[in-house]
Ligand binder design. Structure first.
Ligand code: NDP
Length: 505
């Protein structure tokens, strides 16, 4: 009995439990990210920002001001003064007066100012990243890890060049151009300001910066940084405003150099307005860049590059890889893996550190994206849009993929400037090159292949200012950036980025 009892108790201890629902296979992940919002409590935005002229903040002559809003919530962040033509006049004459002293400063000393600005950007990095994300809608992860560190890196890099300009001009005498008008767009407000200001100042120029209407805040914080760095008054002015401010600035008769980043339409207008005048001009305009995937590429790696190529900064990127060219033999595999990968993208609160795709910058830009996407459907392309809950307020567009796209479709030709990818196919290397070059633009391209020789051959045949191999959207202050054809002319970054700011005799 005791044995039997033991047996019972043993068998009770090892009893097979009543049947339960089968546990999910261990390979599936059934957890989600907890919210990880960036704290904003230490941020002190002013209620109103004025124009930055002659080293101080001043009210605009006409008293105009507009609200700048958070595109993720539509809430007002601050009132920002808008410069009119009288303010443009003042800023240009102040800059003209400041020029001789700045130009005459020992180059090493100029470099020290740039170095100080770089250090102050680093010191205020967290604040700058949050404001960039609030004002523009971009994910905090990108503002924190890309925009702000790269802006500091540009000032560091050009600080080093200030006393070495003779190496850029091969020993020939060079002088600064003079008063520079610099107009930047809303997709990388601080970074574009750094791209423009750092080389201009290193060469001994003075500059007037006009930030975009929807994203003026980090440029105004950069103005505070110029004050903190004790940059001599008038060397940098910041004039927030709209297109009319920009138009007045580039047409001002006492401006010596214009640097513009923005749409091809406005770029052409500026070029026409400056025709016949001895004003240096660089234009960094739009793009419809081809990202080319060959059958010998590592497909998983390519899929990551395709995703960062088009969904980085909501696709508000001039060099976005918005035309995906895939070799026919791997089309199904690429599209399937890409669509799977897209399911993992997290769209929403830009201040959440887990967010991959933030808010669209403005209602106007959202309307433009929607119009082009609707056109893609009408023209017969197959649309897939990520099904994800979007916030009720703010401007949002879920990542979208178009297949069955023909090269004549508007979504294959026009810059959408949003999280929308058009997939086209090719059979041979020659056809890939021909299709990639069949664009009015020529800003950037990506090549995905296992074969080094093929990558070099294709890169040489592409009419693109930048070509990335087995990667995409990599930026570095030491590398020149710029386009061909309707993507503009002139280079920013690297030693080449100094030339447009110098008059070589
Ligand atoms: P714009 O070219 O209008 O804006 C770029 C900058 O130029 C802004 O600071 C803008 O001021 C200013 N500006 C506008 N009109 C004039 C003018 N006549 N003279 C001088 N400066 C002017 O671009 P949008 O913001 O309207 O965007 C439209 C399209 O352009 C996008 O959908 C996208 O396709 C493309 N784009 C390309 C960019 C790039 O990096 N290549 C960047 C931004 C846009 P304000 O902000 O007040 O209009």
């Amino acid at each position: 009995m005791s044995v039997g009892g033991e047996t019972r108790s043993m068998s009770a201890g090892n009893a097979i439990p009543p049947e339960e629902p089968a546990a999910p296979p261990r390979t599936a992940l059934h957890w989600d990210y907890a919210p990880a919002p960036e704290a904003t409590d230490h941020l002190r935005l002013a209620e109103r920002y004025e124009l930055f002229i002659d080293g101080g903040f001043v009210a605009p002559a006409e008293g105009t001001a507009r609200a700048t809003v958070n595109p993720a919530t539509e809430e007002t962040l601050a009132e920002v003064a808008f410069a009119g033509s009288a303010d443009v006049d003042t800023a240009v004459s102040v800059a003209r007066r400041a020029l001789p002293r700045w130009e005459g400063l020992a180059p090493l000393e100029r470099g020290k100012y740039l170095f100080r600005i770089a250090r102050l950007i680093q010191e205020r990095a967290r604040e700058l990243a949050i404001v960039e994300s609030l004002d523009g809608g971009k994910p905090i992860r990108e503002a924190r890890d890309i925009d702000v560190p790269l802006a500091a890196a540009h000032f560091f890099y050009y600080a080093g060049w200030a006393d070495k300009l003779a190496y850029v001009t091969a020993g020939r005498r060079a002088r600064p151009r003079g008063v520079c008008a610099q107009i930047v767009p809303w997709n990388f407000p601080l970074l574009m300001a750094a791209w423009k200001l750092a080389p201009a100042l290193a060469c001994g120029n003075v500059a007037i910066l006009k930030p975009a209407e929807t994203t003026p805040l980090t440029a105004l914080l950069l103005a505070e940084i110029c004050q903190e760095a004790e940059l001599p008054p008038g060397v940098v002015s910041v004039l927030p405003g709209d297109g009319t401010t920009g138009a007045a600035l580039v047409r001002h008769p006492d401006v010596d150099k214009v640097a513009f980043t923005g749409s091809t339409t406005v770029g052409k207008e500026i070029q026409a307005a400056l025709a016949g005048r001895d004003v240096g001009l660089t234009l960094e305009l739009g793009g419809k860049s081809a990202n080319i995937v060959f059958e010998d590429a590592s497909i998983d790696q390519a899929v990551e590059g395709i995703v960062s190529g088009i969904f980085f900064n909501q696709g508000h990127v001039c060099c976005a890889g918005s035309r995906l060219l895939v070799q026919e033999s791997v089309l199904d595999e690429v599209v399937e893996k890409l669509w799977q990968r897209m399911q993992r993208l997290r769209v929403g609160d830009p201040l959440d550190k887990n967010t991959d795709v933030g808010a669209i910058n403005s209602a106007e830009q959202l309307a433009r994206i929607e119009e082009l996407v609707a056109c893609g459907e009408l023209e017969g392309a197959r649309r897939r849009t990520l099904s994800t809950a979007l916030p009720e307020r703010g401007y949002w567009f879920a990542p979208t993929l178009f297949t069955d796209v023909s090269p004549a479709h508007r979504i294959a030709v026009e810059e959408i400037f949003g999280p929308v990818l058009s997939v086209l196919t090719f059979r041979t290397q020659a056809e890939a090159v021909e299709k990639a070059n069949a664009s009015v633009y020529g800003l950037a391209a990506g090549i995905w292949t296992d074969k080094g020789a093929k990558a070099f051959e294709v890169a040489a045949a592409l009419r693109s200012g930048v070509v990335w191999q087995n990667t995409y959207n990599r930026f570095d202050p030491t590398a020149a950036f710029g386009g061909y054809r309707e993507s503009g002319f002139g280079r920013e970054g690297g030693p080449a980025g100094l030339r447009p700011y110098l008059r070589v005799s």
